[in-house]
Each structure stands twice: as C-alpha cells, then as structure tokens.
Design a protein around this ligand. Structure first.
Ligand code: ZN
Length: 366
C-alpha cells in the first residue's frame, strides 16, 4: 500500500471517529450555561474598538477613564482588559470559537439575527422559520433544558434565569415545568432566603431603564443564590445589558456590562469549584444570541439587514473539553450545535433523539 492511500485511510478513520456520537465516559455532571445578548465578536476577540471610543458614545462616562480601563496597544491586551476571566482562564483551559481572523467561524442559521430566533435556535438546536418576532409567544418547540428535565436524573434539577422578560415564553415555562424567572418578576419558586427577598424588593423598586429587561445584576445574583441553595444540575442564565446599551448607542455602558458579565462568569466558576457537588464535574458554556454590525453606526444594531450580525462566538470550559484555547483553522460551528453539545457533555444523546438538531461539537467532547 503506498503512503498516499494509507494516509487517505487514516484520515477517513479519523474523520469517522470525529463524527461518531461522543457519548462515552464523561466527567461533566452539571452545566452552567451563560449567554449575554448581542455582544459582538469584535469586542470579544479584539477588545474595545478605537473607532467607537469617542465622546459621543461615552454616555456620562469620562472618555479618559474609559480608555484607561479598556484601551491597550494590542488587541490581545485589549480583550484581556475587557474580559480577564475569558482570556485568562477559559482561553487557557477551555475552547473559544468564532474568531474569523483565525479561520474559526461561528454563526446562527436562523437568518433573522435577532433575539427570540437566536435563543430558540440555541436552546432547541434548530432554527424555526415560524419565529419571526420577539413577541411574547409561547415556543412551540421543546428546549434541551425541557428535554433533560423530562428525564428522572434531571427532574427538579434544572432552572433558568433571564434579564429579558420573554424567557418564560422562549422556554414555554408552564409546559417545561422547571423554574424560569425573568425580567422584573419576583422569584418565588423556592423558599425565600434573605438575599432572594432583597433581590425581589430591588426588582420591584429599582428604576426601570428598559420596561422589558432588568439590569443584569438582578438575574445574576438571583441565579447565584439559587445555585448555592438548590444546587441544580443545569443552570441557565441570560444577561441583556450588552444588547440594550448598544441599541442605545452607549459604548461606555456596553463595555462596562461586558466586563461585568466576565466577572459574573468568574464568580460562577469560583463558586462551583468551591462546592463538592460541582468541583471538577461542571462545564461552563458561554455564548450569545446574535452579533451586531460594524463601527461607526451599525454596531448599535443587528438583524437581516446586517448580514454580518449572524456571526457569534461560543466558549466551553470543563473537565471533558481539551484546552485547545482560541480555536483556529477550525470546522465552522453553528448556534444550532450548542443544545446537543450541552446534552452530550452530560452523556445524553439529544441529537439522536431530535432529528433536526445540530450535532454536538466533537472537539468540545474529549
Ligand atoms: Zn438579542
């Protein structure tokens, strides 16, 4: 056999094993899945953008202070200043997809490039052409969280928290049967701790900049308290300020909110590593529902009219994911693959059960 043929055979068997359902031994028993709405690939991979660090975009912030916080000489230093946990820990010990400059593409397949279609694609594993608005319409599709929750091993061990008040509809909470707390709704699904009582009070009393979306700190601290008290196996948290401030043209607050999201990831990660139920047995997934346009104007927006807003990013950190870091020359990945990947990390074959769902990301599973 000549070397060329041998090489083809070896390559084919490698390709086949990459395609095989990776549901063998796995260490992940719990998932923490965090999304932040509409955070651009531009900031995620290159940090604060020069063209947008201008007076008109700085809101009430002092531009010099803003540059001091987030401007550095190189893109690598800028992104680490903006998201130190992502670039200091996830990039070293996990995987990050979506830097097109390194030939790693991640994108949504729903062709809408806005929120409800993106969350539904992420959580159900396929796009749905019937979802054409962000209206409060109950999702006809079942999310991977609901699919897991129907299994005895996950019964009463799934919970979702969101800044945006449409999440009870995206999850179809009444049908799904697990707690979904979002917007300004008080969280009452479990016995209230003093902290949850205070959070509920702040939701009721704090000023509302956006009628449909609470500041991120409220769902974050509610989810964190729930994690510590109830110890779910699957915790979902969606944050919204990165999208709202961008729509408002406030680049300063947009950057501050991205920085806070990163700090929230670190808090969640440090918390789970301090708890025996989670330590060494938990995978963190981090992604977004859509991208946005370019500077100087379209960065504020996204949707069908901004084709590049289909580009997203996704990150994985956990005991089953090899430390390949920021991916380069990688097979393109889609938003529709996240649901099956989440399930496969837990040893569950979502893609085998839901035919139209995207396949799990083989490289994320050891
Ligand atoms: Zn969105």
């Amino acid at each position: 056999m000549n070397h060329a043929i041998l090489r083809i055979i070896l390559l084919s068997s490698a390709a086949l094993s990459a395609l095989a359902a990776p549901l063998g031994p796995h260490k992940t028993e719990n998932i923490i899945f965090v999304m932040t709405d509409g955070l651009r690939v531009q900031e995620l991979f290159n940090g604060a953008e020069d063209a947008l660090l201008i007076k008109g975009n700085a809101g009430e912030s002092n531009l010099d202070a803003l540059k001091k916080a987030y401007w550095r000489d190189t893109p690598a230093a800028r992104r680490e200043a903006l998201m130190p946990f992502l670039w200091g820990t996830v990039a070293k010990n996990g995987q990050i997809y979506g830097n097109r400059e390194l030939k790693s593409e991640a994108f949504v397949t729903n062709e809408k490039n806005f929120s409800y279609p993106g969350y539904s694609e992420t959580l159900c594993g396929f796009p749905d052409a019937e979802i054409t608005s962000n209206d409060k319409i109950l999702n006809a599709n079942v999310t991977v969280l609901e699919w897991l929750h129907r299994k005895p091993a996950f019964r009463n061990k799934v919970a979702a928290f969101g800044a945006w008040d449409v999440f009870p509809y995206i999850f179809n909470a009444a049908r799904a049967g697990f707690p979904v707390n979002a917007g300004y709704d008080p969280f009452t699904a479990v016995p209230l701790t003093p902290k949850l009582e205070l959070l509920n009070q702040l939701k009721a009393e704090a000023p509302r900049v956006w009628p449909d979306e609470a500041f991120d700190s409220l769902p974050f601290h509610t989810a964190l308290e729930y994690l510590k008290e109830q110890k779910p196996r699957v915790l979902y948290l969606s944050l919204g300020e990165t999208d709202d401030w961008a729509h408002g043209g406030n680049y300063a607050e947009y950057l501050h909110s991205a920085y806070r999201v990163d700090a929230y990831l670190k808090t969640l990660w440090d918390t789970v590593q301090s708890m025996p139920q989670y330590r060494g047995k938990t995978t963190l997934i981090f992604s977004t529902d859509h991208g946005r346009g370019e500077a100087p104007t379209e960065w504020k927006s996204h949707g069908v009219k901004i084709p590049d807003s289909k580009y997203i990013w996704m990150a994985f950190l956990g005991p089953d994911t090899r430390p390949l870091g920021e991916r380069s020359k990688a097979t393109p990945v889609t938003q529709s693959q996240i649901a099956a990947t989440l399930a496969a990390l837990l040893g569950e074959d979502y893609a085998g059960s839901v035919e139209k769902a995207g396949k799990p990301l083989a490289d994320v599973l050891q």
